[in-house]
Design a protein around this ligand. Structure first.
Ligand code: NAP
Length: 414
């Protein structure tokens, strides 16, 4: 389609989908949103690294054709709109992109640009791998035991936005209905929020999590829920999860219950993925005490929101935690931290979160070797003590460098 402000690079070709699979040409058009605040600094630095790794690994045979699309403040300055329709149209046409952090405009017509993007494009799985890299400062004694991939449901739960303010006519109407027709009891003047969770929403998330576990040779998938209290939402999430595992992946999965019956005695047969579940509150303890018992995790929206930040803190925090929002084929990879406005344009912050989100993007399009090369160079650079300010203040004898210098050091180590 024709775009007004977006320039589509003529040397690139479109990613397409055939028979449910992504077809990636050698010069794919990938989209990027620079982001606000520290966004331009980390995008510039990361892009140099992604391009250098692709060049190094594929010797010029493969190359990304970048197309900039707009959201946030740059979009407002370009279009007079924080969230232009043509940016959405471009993601629908080209499937894959990466974004820096965006400011949520105060008093805007929507709660957050990020939430709007996920809902508009139905990017229903928020996928966050959390693992530790050697020498990265961590608050726990054994960060190396953390290596999980969290699949957080992105479209349902209390995030669906079905909320009624205390005292509003809608609230009073609903409260009357709940009391008089449903026999519910709650305090007068309560705000009311509704938590929808469906078999459809749950199963498509769990399907993605199990497929990921199969593709990456992971050992288990754990459903994290609060089903002991919220039986028909969180409890149903758990039940639908087991149902899906049995219906669609029965030949390759085994439940934890089955595992403790003869003949297995707790030992998973080779090639089988163990399906288990944990209640959310105990899961937070277990991730601190015995994180190596967990691998892929699938969880509803709110649990996933808390859990992914808490687990990220164990391996070094938001400065390096990557993330992505993935639908059936469309995927937007993103830095998980915000715009840190006080550091804007200082060339100071850690580009790790966006950089590693880009590694996920390279994996997603099947360029896994390039992603692996970046990880190795990143580990080597941190090992040499070359780090940005956030790591430097927690490491002894480190050399603090600027964002751009950190990128140059990684490129030199590729
Ligand atoms: P933030 O921007 O994530 O910054 C909080 C603190 O985290 C920073 O002051 C800094 O800590 C540290 N930090 C963040 N990114 C870092 C990086 N790349 N390297 C090193 N340290 C980093 O959170 P916020 O101040 O609450 O939010 C600011 C704006 O971002 C808001 O408008 C919010 O809506 C938006 N936001 C956007 C997203 C998104 O686009 N996905 C996510 C969250 C927030 P120190 O000061 O201790 O160095």
């Amino acid at each position: 389609m024709a775009y007004d402000k977006i320039v589509i690079p003529s040397e690139g070709a479109r990613i397409s989908v055939r028979e449910g699979k992504l077809l990636v040409p050698d010069h794919p058009i990938l989209l990027f949103i620079e982001g606000d605040g520290i966004g331009p600094d980390i995008t510039r630095a990361s892009m140099r690294i992604w391009d250098a790794a692709v060049q190094k690994v594929y010797g010029g045979q493969r190359k990304v054709a970048w197309a900039e699309i707009y959201a946030g403040e740059k979009a407002f300055n370009t279009y007079g709109d924080y969230f232009p329709q043509e940016s959405l149209a471009a993601i629908r046409e080209f499937y894959v992109g990466i974004k820096g952090p965006l400011t949520t405009p105060v008093g805007g017509g929507f709660r957050s640009l990020n939430v709007a993007l996920r809902l508009e494009l139905d990017l229903y799985a928020c996928v966050r791998p959390v693992r530790w890299f050697p020498n990265v400062p961590s608050p726990v004694r054994h960060p190396e035991k953390v290596d999980v991939v969290i699949f957080r449901e992105n479209t349902e739960d209390v995030y669906a936005g079905i909320e009624y303010k205390a005292g509003s006519p809608e609230n009073e109407k609903l409260a009357r209905f709940l009391r008089e027709e449903m026999g519910a009891h709650f305090f007068e003047g309560a705000g009311i929020g509704i938590k929808p969770m469906s078999a459809f929403g749950t199963k498509r998330l769990v399907r993605k999590a199990i497929r990921y576990a199969i593709e990456y040779g992971r050992k288990s998938v754990t459903f994290v829920h609060k089903g002991n209290i919220q039986k028909f939402t969180e409890g149903a999430f758990r039940n639908w999860g087991y149902e899906l595992a049995k219906e669609e992946f029965g030949d390759i999965t085994i439940t934890e219950d089955e595992l403790w019956q003869a003949p297995y005695n707790g030992q998973a047969p080779a090639g089988k993925i163990v399906i288990k579940d944990r209640i959310a509150d105990i899961m937070f303890q277990m991730m601190l005490l015995r994180p190596d018992e967990f691998d892929v995790i699938a969880t509803p929206n709110l649990n996933g929101d808390y859990l992914s930040d808490a687990v990220a803190a164990q391996v070094g925090g938001v400065g390096i935690a990557p993330g992505s929002n993935i639908g059936d084929h469309m995927a937007v990879f993103e830095a998980t931290h915000g715009t840190a406005p006080k550091y804007s344009n200082l060339d100071k912050v850690n580009p790790g979160s966006l950089l590693l989100s880009g590694v996920m993007m390279l994996d997603y399009i099947g360029w896994k070797e390039a992603g692996q090369a970046i990880i190795e160079a990143y580990v080597k650079t941190v090992e040499q003590g070359i780090v940005t300010y956030d790591f430097a203040r927690q490491m002894q004898g480190a050399t603090e460098v600027k964002t751009s210098e950190f990128a140059s050091a990684i490129i030199a180590n590729l």
